[in-house]
Design a binder for this molecule. Structure first.
Ligand code: GAF
Length: 371
């Protein structure tokens, strides 16, 4: 066996297509420059040892005890991906170091699982393809950690490409890179981390998912992706006892899927600035229909639009997290200042701002061989 294998896997920003993934819909994420580096090496007999540069204490788990629910805290993610590989494991040491901001909705967890999955695949010489690794990292998050997420983040982290957003059909898992050349257009994608505390994010995420499934089942459909006539579907949902909520949730999903395909068509036509209104409409839909935004991010969106953004929206699962804005490069500094000033004026936490552009997906950053 090799002495060690190391992988780097990025976090992600989703350009548009929020909560559509678990509705078999469309998403358009990009891998970002922040990532997690994982090194996996042989460890003490029968023992899995996890260390993180961001955590004070190592976590040790006997291989024999590896099962859903057995590993608490952050180590559940790397432990889960080892479990999801589905092979007899030797003792292993897993060391991770991540600069993806935590709790910001930038998928630090996908960066963690994808880097560990890739490194373990190399060290153990399993020969799994990137898509098989996506499946393992998703299984880790869904079945081991117990988070009912929809798979976009792992796909983005594993398959991201520099210079492109990834148009993903979450039913077929077909992925097409769509060029998103910001520099050539004099454009920038500004990310503003609201630093708002996540409020009940896990429970609310699961509730949104349940409502969408209930709406699809009421309509006799496999998923909300299959709605053909929106008005007819909404009329049917409105007649249900909790019709008002079902109408809003379904309207967000169906219109959001349409916005993703509209944005892809504009990007394919080289009309990058023209995607702005769809981004802003996505935010309004998340705020008013899906009800996953918080005042901290709504204020940032308003401030960024007032500062000249072509479009702005929250990105990620919601209930806090980051806002993205498409801007002319020469407007970025003023817009970032305006966003910080607006948050401060409302007594909110001081946001952190940075620009990003599509970065490479997960990849090996080295293997060391014995002797
Ligand atoms: C989180 C989830 F992990 C994704 O699967 C996706 O549903 C996203 O929220 C919302 O679009 O990041």
């Amino acid at each position: 066996m090799r002495e060690s294998a190391s992988w780097l896997a990025p976090g992600r920003v989703n350009l548009i297509g929020e909560h559509t993934d678990y509705n078999d819909g469309f998403v358009l994420p990009l891998a970002i420059e922040f990532g997690c580096r994982a090194t996996v090496s042989p460890g003490p007999e029968g023992m899995l040892r996890f260390t993180s540069a961001q955590e004070p204490d190592p976590v040790e788990v006997p291989v024999a005890d590896l099962a859903p629910g057995a590993v608490p805290g952050w180590a559940a993610y790397p432990a889960g991906v080892l479990w999801a590989l589905g092979v007899d494991l030797p003792g292993l040491t897993v060391a991770v170091d991540s600069d993806v901001p935590l709790g910001a909705g930038l998928s630090s967890s996908a960066a963690l699982t994808c880097s560990v999955g890739g490194a373990a695949n190399d060290l153990l010489e399993l020969g799994l393809s990137p898509r098989e690794l996506v499946a393992a990292t998703r299984k880790a998050e869904n079945d081991f950690v117990g988070a009912p997420t929809g798979g976009m983040d792992q796909l983005a982290s594993m398959l991201g490409e520099a210079g492109s957003v990834l148009f993903c059909d979450m039913r077929t898992l077909d992925v097409r890179p769509v060029p998103f050349g910001l520099d050539a257009e004099g454009l920038a994608l500004l990310v503003v981390d609201s630093r708002a505390p996540h409020r009940h994010a896990d429970g609310e995420y699961a509730a949104r998912r349940r409502s969408c499934e209930q709406a699809a089942s009421t309509l006799g459909l496999r998923a909300l992706r299959d709605v053909v006539d929106l008005d007819e579907a909404l009329a049917k949902l409105a007649a249900e006892p909790d019709g008002e909520v079902l109408v809003k949730r379904a309207r967000h999903i169906v219109t959001e899927n349409a916005r993703v395909t509209d944005v892809v068509a504009l990007l394919d036509a080289g009309k990058v600035r023209e995607i702005g209104p769809a981004l802003t409409a996505s935010h309004a839909s998340m705020r008013d229909d899906f009800e996953i935004t918080v005042p901290e991010v709504d204020v940032l969106v308003e401030a960024l639009l007032a500062a000249g953004a072509y479009g702005a929206r929250m990105t990620g699962g919601g209930f806090g997290g980051c806002v993205i804005a498409l801007l002319d490069q020469n407007a970025v500094d003023d817009a970032a200042r305006a966003a910080v000033a607006a948050a401060t004026a409302h007594g909110f936490a001081t946001p952190r701002t940075f620009t990003t552009s599509p970065a490479a997906g997960a990849h090996s950053v080295g293997a060391h061989h014995a002797g």
